[in-house]
Design a protein around this ligand. Structure first.
Ligand code: SF4
Length: 321
């Protein structure tokens, strides 16, 4: 079995176990949600970064379910970006011209409490992408495929190799983009077989990581990302603006600086998609605008992400500022 799969087996998936590991006191334990339908899942590497008995910790906030997820808010819904309206098949979404998104897997290295796709009815029966590959083959307007999920790096190396080999043969397809958060929790996922597959693909690959706080980018994570950069694959980043996690100038500045210092382009800062249970993460757009304006005074233009929101049925992501 791959090293990364063995590491993944160490993930915390039982809420009581993590509460003990984090030494939560009885008062804090009362604030934890124990029966969320979006099951708890946290890699050991991230758990080790959490301060003991601290509900304000930025890693804690992103991954540990809180009872406030159950507070109803009619503006926060199951499918906030209307993903299901854009399905061309069970696993191919197309929202924008020339790009299509492949839902490679329902699995992730970790479960982020604000995930907009946490209620998506993933196709779990079939393990091939034949229907999706045919759709892409037969639509010459598609120039770029985004491998997403879940997390595409949840697939085995063999499945990724097979998929990329098929995509690589489609002449009108020019780019293959990975959207992943795996490396933040289990950087060992960037193993030799995966790198070999990337190296053998002739299309331009883009690698987009989801990272929200500078603490997520430790030396090991960076060193694995460097292996991808060595293959001439550009790395970009996406961040979700989250209350109590990164709605702070110094945190966003540190994050952008670590990224650009390591040759990673900060791509998008996303306004929170209003998914049910995540209203406690909402940052007012006015605050987001203020933060981005201040960031622009601190960092070169290429080092500041574009602040955007996804509005269902618009023809692209919508810039907020
Ligand atoms: S890694 Fe991405 S897809 Fe998976 S739970 Fe987090 S936000 Fe959702």
């Amino acid at each position: 079995m791959s090293i990364w799969r063995n590491i993944q087996k160490q993930n915390f998936t039982k809420i009581n176990t993590i509460l003990d590991y984090l030494e939560l006191d009885d008062a804090n334990k009362l604030k934890i949600l124990k029966n969320s339908p979006f099951i708890f899942n946290l890699p050991l590497r991230l758990a080790k970064k959490i301060k003991k008995n601290c509900l304000e910790d930025p890693i804690f906030k992103q991954f540990i379910p809180l009872t406030c997820e159950n507070i109803p808010n009619p503006d926060f819904v199951n499918d906030p970006v209307s993903d299901q309206s854009f399905c061309r098949s069970a696993r191919l979404l197309q929202k924008y011209k020339h790009r299509a998104l492949l839902l490679c897997s329902s699995a992730c290295a970790m479960h982020c409490r604000y995930c907009f796709r946490q209620n998506f009815p993933y196709e779990r029966k079939s393990s091939t992408f034949d229907e999706e590959i045919d759709l892409i083959k037969n639509d010459t307007s598609i120039k770029e495929v985004i491998l997403s999920g879940g997390d595409p790096l949840s697939l085995s190396n063999l499945a990724i190799k097979n998929l990329m080999t098929k995509l690589d043969k489609i002449e009108h397809l020019k780019r293959i983009r990975f959207h992943t958060r795996f490396v933040i929790g289990i950087p060992e996922r960037i193993d030799e077989l995966l790198l070999e597959t990337f190296q053998n693909v002739t299309k331009q690959i883009y690698f987009v990581i989801h990272v929200n706080h500078p603490i997520e980018l430790d030396k090991d994570v960076i060193s694995y990302l460097k292996k991808i950069q060595k293959l001439q694959i550009p790395i970009l980043s996406q961040t979700v603006l989250l209350k109590g996690v990164n709605d702070n100038l110094n945190i966003l500045k540190d994050l952008c600086e670590i990224l650009v210092d390591n040759g990673i382009i900060p791509y998008y800062l996303h306004d929170l998609d209003p998914v049910k249970g995540a209203s406690h993460f909402k940052v007012a757009k006015e605050r987001g605008i203020e933060l981005v304006q201040k960031l622009r005074e601190e960092i070169s233009g290429y080092g500041v992400f574009q602040y955007v929101s996804e509005i269902p049925f618009k023809k692209s992501k919508m810039p907020i500022i």
